[in-house]
Design a protein around this ligand. Structure first.
Ligand SMILES: NC(=O)C1=CN([C@@H]2O[C@H](COP(=O)(O)OP(=O)(O)OC[C@H]3O[C@@H](n4cnc5c(N)ncnc54)[C@H](O)[C@@H]3O)[C@@H](O)[C@H]2O)C=CC1
Ligand SMILES: CC(C)CC(=O)C(=O)O
Ligand SMILES: [Mg+2]
Length: 378
């Protein structure tokens, strides 16, 4: 195909550490497949972040990485983190600072984490099928404020430390509006999760969200304390439509919510805000699995679906999602899902890329006409 006239979309690729590079590789295969099929041209710019960036450049977020992100149309992020820092509480520079600084510098104030279960895939979750049936929620996690960004310190004698949680009303307002807009396109319910019975910042969230709610009279707003929400999430998850919450609560609750889908390796996310949006699986660098070709790349691949959707490639995004669902319904997956047919990280990427590349294969996916074993296709 002659692509010389096709406008190029610049994607900054930040694979990071641990399983980050291997899941990113699978996401690239799938992005390349949809680019080819839908006549798009993606130009990738690879950049270092996290522990690998500390090793190579002495900083978890080198300037050239931030530059590449600011100059890109979209950023794809794998994962960061390394045990040598996790196991050293005294380390002065940490891989995670790279991710936090990146989110802050790009102004990515909202992290959007969809959590969906499918009728035929309820068995992937260790939870009772009758409880998780109908789960379809999206978590709006505030991403550039709160306790992860507040002033912090450890006393010189090492006997005390503090982290500060603070929020400004405008930081709450902007993500609240996004959450309500999203609710308008869904089941029109927003649940603000907080700890307003104890925390001043949570009471600020309640007041700010209550002040905005009248702008969206069709949207039902309710409130839930985070400890109760942690329980309700697995007890009665279908009650949630849009969950709106602060940085740390959203971080914790979304890992918990991945159990509803069946694995941390299944949940994608989009981080949006002021500058270029960034697409990132919710999981971390899963160092125990690094280099073993066992990590589930679907969270990364579904994050790529969110990325192409953000570029207006709605059909491509749909094709990726349908294909992931189809592969899982065929009983194919990485080991943690305990599937009937175990594939490695790379083979899952090959399979999904192969299926989305070709519209004829997609017809097969959609209609499952031939009903053949996927192993005969690849
Ligand atoms: N966005 C990011 O880059 C994040 C980075 N981290 C960093 O990652 C490192 C490891 O942290 P953990 O707390 O162990 O979190 P993690 O998300 O890396 O792994 C937690 C558990 O989730 C499962 N898991 C995660 N990703 C998976 C995948 N793709 N396929 C199958 N199973 C998967 C595994 O059972 C794993 O033990 C740390 O250095 C941490 O700071 C943690 C969370 C997010
Ligand atoms: C560095 C951490 C805040 C990363 C994380 O756990 C996340 O964003 O989910
Ligand atoms: Mg997390």
């Amino acid at each position: 195909m002659n692509l010389s006239n096709t406008p190029k979309t610049k994607i900054a690729l930040l694979p990071g550490d641990g399983i980050g590079p291997e899941v990113t590789e699978q996401a690239i295969k799938v992005m390349d497949a949809v680019a080819e099929r839908f006549d798009q041209h993606f130009e990738y710019c690879h950049a270092d972040v996290g522990a690998i960036a500390i090793d190579r450049h002495g900083s978890p977020l080198p300037e050239e990485t931030l530059e590449a992100c600011l100059n890109a149309d979209a950023v794809f992020f794998g994962a960061i983190g390394h045990p040598k820092y996790d196991n050293d509480p005294s380390a002065k520079v940490r891989p995670e600072q790279g991710l936090l600084q990146l989110r802050k510098s790009l102004g990515l104030y909202a992290n959007i984490r969809p959590v969906t279960t499918y009728e035929k895939l309820l068995h992937l979750s260790p939870l009772r099928e009758d409880r998780i049936k109908g789960t379809d929620m999206v978590i709006f996690r505030e991403l550039t404020g709160g306790i992860y960004f507040g002033e912090k310190n450890t006393a010189e004698d090492g006997q005390s430390a503090y982290d500060t949680c603070s929020y400004q009303v405008d930081e709450i307002d902007r993500i609240t509006r996004l959450a309500f807009e999203q609710a308008m396109l869904r089941r029109r319910k927003v649940t603000l999760v907080d700890k307003a019975n104890v925390l001043e910042t949570s009471r600020l969230w309640r007041r700010a969200v209550q002040a905005i709610a009248p702008e969206y009279p069709e949207v039902e707003l309710d409130f839930m304390f985070v400890d109760n929400a942690a329980m309700q999430l697995i007890q009665y998850p279908s009650q949630f439509d849009v969950i709106l919450t602060s940085n740390m609560f959203g971080d914790i609750l979304s890992d918990e919510a991945s159990v509803l889908a069946g694995s941390m390796g299944l949940l994608p996310s989009a981080s949006v805000g002021v500058h270029t949006s960034m697409f990132e699986p919710i999981h971390g660098s899963f160092p125990q699995a690094a280099g073993q070709d066992i990590a589930n790349p679907m969270a990364a691949i579904l994050s790529a679906a969110m990325l192409v959707e953000s570029l207006g490639m709605t059909e491509a995004a749909k094709s990726i999602r349908t294909t992931v669902q189809y592969v899982l319904e065929k009983g194919i997956g990485t080991p943690e899902l305990k599937p009937n047919i175990v594939y490695g990280c790379s083979k899952i990427g090959d399979l999904i890329a192969h299926l989305v590349a070709d519209p004829e294969e997609e017809i097969l996916v959609r209609e499952d006409k031939a009903n053949q074993q996927m192993s005969t296709i690849i």
